[in-house]
Design a binder for this molecule. Structure first.
Ligand code: 2DT
Length: 198
């Protein structure tokens, strides 16, 4: 009997919205409910491309803005065969950031249109569900200082949030906005909201 394809679930949001914690909890909850699930994250800093990105984020190297944008996209493309294989094996993938972060972060830089930023990712596996963890600037401030990596400033994060809001107008994407304030993304919600294509 052919196994049911896994769902591709993406968690997006500005920094400190709780994506990483929610991803972990969601994978655990899905597994507990008997559904094979694995976590992934982008950038995947373990690959050769990912290491270039990581050095850039840690400010150990400089990269031209278009170049690093394309590297982030290439980092997703290099993982596509693995993602497709796992989905076909019936594994649900819970992904911490995807192409939406790519477009939101680069287009928050001066001189970049959202349209240009989205182009390199055209054709990536389409998520069944994109959960956006919402966090107000006031709540973000309560969560303490930003880290030391590139992009981790209030001004830049506010610009990114505005870009995400534009991206969320795309009704061809199954966006679900969730309050990042102590929320718990339950597998029950996910299994109902993921538009399954199988
Ligand atoms: P983490 O702190 O989640 O590791 O993110 N970013 C991410 C981009 O600029 N473009 C992308 O395509 C992706 C996936 C967001 C590291 C930072 O990298 C940014 C924060």
């Amino acid at each position: 009997m052919a196994c049911q394809r896994g769902a591709l679930i993406v968690l997006e949001g500005v920094d400190r919205a709780g994506k990483t914690t929610q991803c972990k909890m969601l994978v655990q909850a899905l597994q507990k409910s008997g559904r094979p699930a694995e976590a992934m994250r982008f950038p995947d800093r373990t690959t050769t491309i990912g290491q270039l990105i990581s050095a850039y984020l840690e400010k150990k190297s400089e990269l031209e803005d278009h170049t690093v944008h394309l590297l982030f996209s290439a980092n997703r493309w290099e993982l596509v065969p693995t993602m497709k294989k796992k989905l076909e094996q019936g594994i649900t993938l819970v992904v911490d950031r995807y192409a939406f972060s790519g477009a939101a972060f680069t287009s928050a830089k001066p001189g970049f249109s959202l349209e240009w930023c989205m182009k390199p990712d055209v054709g990536l596996p389409k998520p069944d569900l994109v959960m956006f963890l919402q966090l107000s600037p006031a709540e973000a401030a309560l969560r303490g200082q930003f880290g030391v990596e590139r992009y981790e400033t209030r001004v830049f994060q506010n610009a990114v949030q505005q870009k995400f809001e534009l991206l969320m107008k795309d009704s061809s994407v199954n966006w679900q906005v969730q309050d990042g304030l102590g929320c718990r993304v339950s597998p029950f919600i996910v299994s109902f909201k993921a538009r399954r294509k199988n």
